[in-house]
Design a binder for this molecule. Structure first.
Ligand code: PLP
Ligand code: TYF
Length: 398
């Protein structure tokens, strides 16, 4: 019956993660997968989440199905985190939000809906982007093309090329964008550049689909929503997928949300109905446990403050490690201009120049990066950062 099923090559990032796990060398360094590791190389259990877990586990309520749109208190807390406590869009009731199975689930439900209601639209993703963006949009039936984003020679954002290309797209083109901590490049737009993008979106009637998987890890929880809030204030209609996998260190609980910012409250109600139907015919309703942890943290002032401090610790540590990597590279390979690294933010650095050396880095130095030259800076710590810089310098000079 299933003879015609072809073999699946696997996800290259997840495959490298397994290779790393099975590597016996004690000095190995994992810079491949996008997971946050602490200074000791562990995936942290956030203290705020541990406290919330006690509260949630103490509940004696039976586990009933959540509504199709998820836990209503979770959705409200997520909206305030994303759009702000005093958001006009929220008080006008024009944002529809559902709880989803991670950020990936939000992307998929959003893509399904867009495909259904905009059958003539094509989709654009940044060049480069997270590989799963293309897979999810194509899986939903979209023809997917890229828009200019990164100058591979200069290893920096090419904003002029990006703006020029967006300004030529047909109305209602679905444009996938990263509001902060661009994956894989770590190269983000400035507030002034986002203002230009908002202007183009309005003028050309584009259909933005924002993907926020690293809120708080560029400049801070509030600052990182600049584009989201500017777009909402502009009156544009758009979709926003967000993920709590990284910033709550709750990867396996699959916590995320999909928000759709609409023209008015009446439209938002109809849109919410379609979001619910998209969930119903897909997986019916999201899982309850992880969402109740997140909601408890967000809605309990002491835990909220503790969580915000924990996110800030992650952000500062990754910033420090990126700076230390830069300093090590300047020391070990001063002939090369490494300044582009300092312009990058969030969980990733991106050095396409290293991509072709991936196999040597893994084989000869036990340093795991992915073949694009993406580096997860959270895999660096005081123990391994200098050796990593040395390994990069060695393969580049040979
Ligand atoms: N979007 C981006 C840009 C990501 O890097 C990730 C990766 O984790 C996701 C979405 C998916 O998030 P989740 O693990 O919550 O599905
Ligand atoms: O980009 C990354 O490394 C993370 C982790 O199928 C990840 O987003 C990688 C592959 C995947 C799911 C998550």
């Amino acid at each position: 019956m299933f003879e015609h099923f072809t073999a699946y090559a696997g996800d290259p990032i997840l495959s490298l993660q397994l290779a790393y796990r099975d590597d016996p060398r004690p000095e190995k360094v994992n810079l491949s997968i996008g997971l946050y590791y602490d200074e000791q190389g562990r995936i942290p259990q956030l203290e705020s989440v541990q406290q919330a877990r006690k509260t949630v586990l103490a509940s004696t309520e039976p586990s009933v199905y959540l509504p199709m749109s998820g836990n209503p208190a979770y959705c409200r807390a997520v909206q305030r985190l994303l759009f702000g406590e005093n958001s006009p869009a929220l008080s006008e009731g024009r944002v529809a939000t559902i709880q989803t199975v991670g950020g990936s689930g939000a992307l998929r439900v959003g893509a399904d809906l867009l495909r259904r209601f905009f059958p003539d639209s094509q989709a654009r993703i940044s060049d480069p982007t997270w590989d799963n963006h293309r897979a999810i949009l194509e899986g939903a039936g979209f023809v997917v093309q890229t828009y200019a984003y990164f100058d591979y020679e200069a290893q920096r954002l090419n904003f002029d090329a990006m703006a020029k290309e967006l300004d030529q797209l047909p109305a209602r083109t679905v444009v996938l964008m990263h509001p902060c901590c661009h994956n894989p490049t770590g190269a983000d737009l400035s507030a002034a550049q986002w203002d230009v993008v908002v202007d183009i979106i309005k003028r050309r009637e584009l259909l933005p689909f924002l993907d926020l998987a690293y809120q708080g890890l560029a400049e801070g929880l509030e600052a990182d929503t600049y584009f989201i809030r500017a777009l909402a204030a502009s009156g544009a209609s758009f979709l926003l997928a967000n993920s709590f996998s990284k910033i709550f260190s709750l990867y396996g609980e699959r916590c995320g949300a999909l928000s759709m910012v609409c023209a008015n409250a009446e439209e938002a109600q109809r849109v919410l109905g379609q979001m619910q139907q998209a969930v119903r015919r897909n997986y019916s309703s999201p899982p309850a446990f992880g969402g109740s942890l997140v909601q408890t943290v967000l809605d309990t002032p002491t835990l909220r403050a503790q969580w915000e401090a924990e996110v800030e610790t992650m952000r500062v540590r990754m910033h420090t490690m990126r700076t230390r990597l830069y300093e090590g590279l300047v020391q070990h390979h001063p002939a090369y201009d490494w300044s582009f690294l300092l312009a990058q933010r969030g969980m990733f650095s991106y050095a396409p120049v290293l991509g072709p050396h991936m196999n040597r880095l893994i084989k000869e130095h036990a340093v795991y990066i992915i073949d694009s030259g993406r580096i997860c800076v959270a895999g660096l710590n005081e123990q391994n950062v200098d050796r990593t810089a040395q390994a990069f310098a060695t393969v580049l000079k040979a």
